[in-house]
Write a protein that binds this ligand. Structure first.
Ligand code: ADP
Length: 289
């Protein structure tokens, strides 16, 4: 390939997760900055992540410039650097509504693109939406993403972060004899995740459980599958935003809005594009020091 790992200097650690570590790196010859994500060879799904990343290319997906070979047999993804980091580090304090509309609109463009590539992300959460100081929002981390086949999805349901899993993903029982098998639209889980992201950014904290408690898995599962959505105080959100969140967070996946529905939703189409982009840039600028 055109790049080798030794062409780069490691500057700092941007983050780490179960897949590996992400470093901020600089290309020695050009001084250009990138993010380098090492995915350990033994990590389950490592090959899938590389395959999905090679399959996608969109302004709303974090771009992978190259997959570098390493001596140890691990994969190293050379990614475009998102200089605003991930939304999880900006949550505290909440987002103004105009900024939320911008996040929603750009994330939906990313999801609409993924659908054309038959890719389900399956791990939509604030840590996996990255932003730039110029106000771009892009989807990252295809560690458990899946390419949908005609036969439907086949991977185990219990993957990803439980707090952002949609209700139907907790239902792992196959249909019993005589029971009708409900076909689950695999894309609906990403819409749930997006709705939860928007609500979390509105409230300034994870919305489905009371603040401050470290949740157990059963408590999370109960809250997601049966709990009521938190009440948004009067005046804290417009009717359009309330309706948008409710449409994404329909517990029954068959009633949940689709990406196409949401791209046409007044919360998205009714925003003042310049003002909402500007509102998002302000949030990033204020909290990114
Ligand atoms: P994992 O699969 O291990 O969770 P991610 O791809 O989600 O890894 O990256 C972990 C964290 O590293 C992200 O939440 C983000 O803070 C940071 N990060 C990842 N990719 C980039 C990037 N391209 N630019 C800036 N920060 C990044």
């Amino acid at each position: 390939g055109e790049f080798r790992q030794l062409d780069f200097d490691k500057l700092s650690v941007l983050g780490s997760g179960n897949g590996g570590t992400v470093h901020k790196v600089s290309h020695r010859r050009t001084s250009a900055l990138y993010a380098l994500k090492i995915i350990h060879r033994g990590h389950p799904g490592a090959a899938d992540e590389v395959a999905v990343v090679r399959r996608v290319d969109s302004p709303h997906i974090v771009r992978c410039h190259s997959v570098l070979p390493t001596a140890s047999g691990d994969s190293a993804l050379l990614l475009e650097l998102m200089d605003g980091g991930s939304l999880d580090s900006l949550v505290s304090g909440g987002f103004p509504e105009a900024a939320l509309a911008e996040v929603a609109a750009q994330a939906l463009s990313g999801l609409a693109y993924l659908r054309t590539r038959r890719v389900v992300h399956r791990d939509m959460k604030p840590a996996n939406l990255l932003v730039s100081r110029a106000g771009q929002v892009k989807i990252a981390d295809f560690g458990i993403a899946e390419v949908v086949s005609r036969a439907g999805t086949h991977r185990a349901a219990y993957e990803g972060t439980a707090a952002y899993m949609s209700p139907e993903r907790f239902d792992t029982e196959p249909a019993h004899d005589g029971e009708e098998e409900v076909r689950v639209d695999p894309y609906a889980a990403d819409v749930w995740g997006l709705g939860l992201i928007v609500l979390e950014l509105l409230m300034g904290r994870y919305p489905l459980l009371p603040a401050g408690k470290k949740p157990t898995f059963p408590a999370l599962m109960w809250a997601i599958c049966f709990g009521e959505l938190p009440a948004i105080p009067d005046g804290a959100a417009s009717p359009a935003l309330r309706d948008f969140v409710a449409a994404c967070l329909q517990k029954d996946h068959r009633k949940r809005a689709t990406v196409a529905d949401l791209l046409a939703h007044p919360f998205v189409t009714g925003r003042d594009m310049a003002a909402s982009r500007c509102a998002l840039c302000q949030v990033i600028e204020q909290r990114c020091r």
